[in-house]
Design a protein. Structure first.
Length: 247
């Protein structure tokens, strides 16, 4: 059974159709990339999956449950994690404190008033696990605002990992990164895919073809191709509409 199923999913803003009748299945343990030219509807589609936007028509099933009308918070609690194009870390808190706050959402009792969060063993264990999986070389006491852009993006993904999601939605995770930072993140995402399903919106085709086991191409809000990387690369329609070549 697919982990997430989008059936005839559409989003309209007045007369403008941003996402048009998209049917896709996202399989457990897979990295599924969604690509397309600017304005193709990629981020809007991701927002429909996360619940940031309500669907105009169609349905979504996650783990066999109909989640079409669920709020983002309920979807997050069910195991759908989401990152955004711009970093959303708490800049005045340390790396560890950012991770701890994320981990605490999985252990509600750890928000007790009369004990520090560090007193709850499961929170500290989860934070330590995430720190070991990241490539951050800065001390965990470093303020998030002092990290480089690439390190902040890593931390944001670490915060998602700390919530133990089943599915992670990533919107342009390598945007603004240096080449070395991108290579570090590729390694992290590969490790992450061993335990989680990833849906990746990404503009860097080198990253896409290094990571994805399945690629979907959106143009004008509609799917024009979906399949294994080699199938998508060979698709004449994709080459003409997006990759910039013909024949």
């Amino acid at each position: 059974m697919s982990l997430l199923e989008a059936q005839s999913l559409s989003k309209r803003f007045g007369r403008f159709v941003a996402v048009r009748d998209v049917t896709l299945h996202f399989e457990p343990g897979q990295i599924h990339a969604v690509i397309g030219p600017n304005g193709a509807g990629k981020t809007t589609f991701l927002n429909l999956l996360s619940g940031e936007l309500a669907v105009s028509s169609g349905s979504l099933r996650f783990g066999g449950q109909d989640v079409t009308r669920w709020a983002p918070e309920r979807r997050a609690n069910a195991g759908i994690g989401r990152s955004f194009q711009h970093s959303s870390v708490f800049e005045n808190l340390s790396v560890r404190e950012n991770l701890r706050l994320a981990a605490q959402t999985q252990f509600p009792h750890a928000f007790g008033l009369f004990r520090t969060a560090d007193r709850y063993g499961e929170v500290g264990e989860r934070v330590s696990e995430v720190l070991s999986e990241l490539s951050l070389v800065t001390p965990e006491e470093t303020l998030a605002g002092e990290l480089s852009h690439g390190e902040q993006r890593q931390l944001e993904i670490g915060m998602l990992m700390a919530t133990s999601p089943k599915l992670i939605l990533l919107d342009e995770p390598t945007s603004g990164m240096s080449r070395n930072e991108t290579l570090d993140l590729i390694k992290i995402l590969r490790r992450l895919s061993e335990k989680h399903t990833l849906v990746l919106v990404e503009h860097d085709m080198d990253v896409v073809f290094q990571l994805a086991q399945h690629i979907t191409v959106l143009v004008n809000g509609a799917v024009i191709a979906s399949g294994k990387p080699e199938e998508v690369r060979a698709d004449a329609g994709v080459r003409t509409a997006y990759l910039g070549t013909e024949g």
